[in-house]
Every structure is written in C-alpha cells, then in structure tokens.
Design a protein around this ligand. Structure first.
Ligand SMILES: Nc1nc2c(ncn2[C@@H]2O[C@H](COP(=O)(O)OP(=O)(O)OP(=O)(O)O)[C@@H](O)[C@H]2O)c(=O)[nH]1
Length: 182
C-alpha cells in the first residue's frame, strides 16, 4: 500500500501556491533520486526541503517533494521524486523515465554494494529510455562516517569522470554539500 511517509511533503509549494495559482510562469524540473536502500535518499531531500535530519530509518514509499528555487535569476519549481530503495531486481517504472529532467544517483561511502547499485541503475535508465546519456549527478552520501568508509573520494570522482557527470560527496546528517546538487 502506498502512503505518504512524511506529512509535510509540500511545504514550499504551499508557501508559493498563490504565485503558482495566479498563473505566473514558473519553470518546473522533475528530478528522480535513486539508489540502494538506506543510502540516505530521503534524508538528503528532507534536509534540502525541510532543513532537518531524520535519525530514524523508515523504508520509503515513493513521495514527491517540491521546492521553488532561484536559478540564474529565474524561479524554478524543483519536483523531486524520492523513490523506494532499489535492489538489483527492482523494475524501473515508466514514472522514473518519462518526463524526468535529471537524476540524482546516491550511494553511501560506507557501502561498496551501493556503489555497484548506482552503476546498475544507470544502465537500466539508459536501456529503458533508449538514450546514450541522461543528466546525472552522482552523490556519495554519509561522508561524516569516516571510520566506516568502504569507498574513497577518488572512486566516486573517477566513476563520475567516466560517466562525464557531476559528482559530490555529501552528508545529510551534517547538512554539507546538499545545495550543490539539488
Ligand atoms: N551518519 C549518517 N547517517 C545518515 C546520513 N544520511 C542518512 N543517514 C541515516 O541512514 C538511514 C537511512 O536513511 P534514509 O534517508 O531513510 O535512506 P533511504 O535511501 O531513503 O532509504 P530507503 O527508503 O530504504 O530507500 C537513516 O537512519 C538516516 O538517519 C548521513 O549523511 N550520515
């Protein structure tokens, strides 16, 4: 059963509802955030949209967050689809390919398995969309967990360079580097 995990998923849209409903032209960009379970996808979005960190773990059901941001002098409505964590045999749905302007692929620097999963997910997106490349930002989350690191800074950087995409490490817990990629 699908249900909303967070009751306050549309705070910015609500704040800006008057402008949107008055018909102001607001560009919308839809972004899907994908990665293995527990890498911190929801935590990153919640930090970005609601400015707080959720310590407890509740497996996500798909939720859409919205936030209006200023980009190059224009207001843009970012619609961010927080997907349920992927496992190898997850089937990518049409909603993760059609009408998506870009992808945030998240791994945890504490999990080699999650790093392998972003490669699988990217292949699935390319196969499914029939395109040779799609806009991707690769994010290595949980950079605060130094003792538990299984992946170096260079491994993330090299993969992004191979894919020719943007990349950063981040931490939802400390709220570092998140505004760089959303
Ligand atoms: N130390 C640390 N913990 C984090 C960080 N980001 C998320 N967590 C924790 O990791 C756990 C999983 O976070 P979620 O945001 O629920 O992960 P998710 O990728 O959305 O998980 P799924 O819903 O299964 O797809 C939670 O207990 C978070 O508190 C981080 O940057 N640092």
């Amino acid at each position: 059963m699908r249900e909303k995990k967070y009751k306050n998923a549309y705070p910015i849209l609500k704040i800006n509802a008057a402008g949107i409903m008055a018909g102001n032209t607001l560009k919308a960009r839809t972004i899907a955030i994908l990665g293995s379970r527990e890498v911190g996808k929801s935590s990153l979005i919640i930090q970005f949209v609601e400015n707080h960190f959720v310590e407890s773990y509740h497996p996500s059901v798909e939720t859409t967050f919205r936030k209006v941001i200023r980009y190059k002098g224009h207001e843009v409505e970012a619609e961010i689809i927080d997907t349920a964590g992927q496992v190898e045999h997850s089937i990518l749905s049409f909603t993760h390919v059609v009408g998506i302007h870009g992808y945030i692929l998240v791994y945890s620097v504490t999990s080699k398995q999650s790093f392998e999963m972003v490669k699988i997910i990217r292949n699935k997106i390319l196969n499914y969309s029939g395109r040779e490349s799609v806009p991707i930002v690769l994010v290595g989350n949980k950079m605060d967990l130094h003792q538990q690191r299984q992946l170096t800074f260079e491994e993330g950087k090299n993969l992004a360079s191979h894919w020719q995409c943007a990349w950063t490490e981040a931490t939802a817990k400390r709220n570092d580097n998140i505004s760089m990629f959303i």
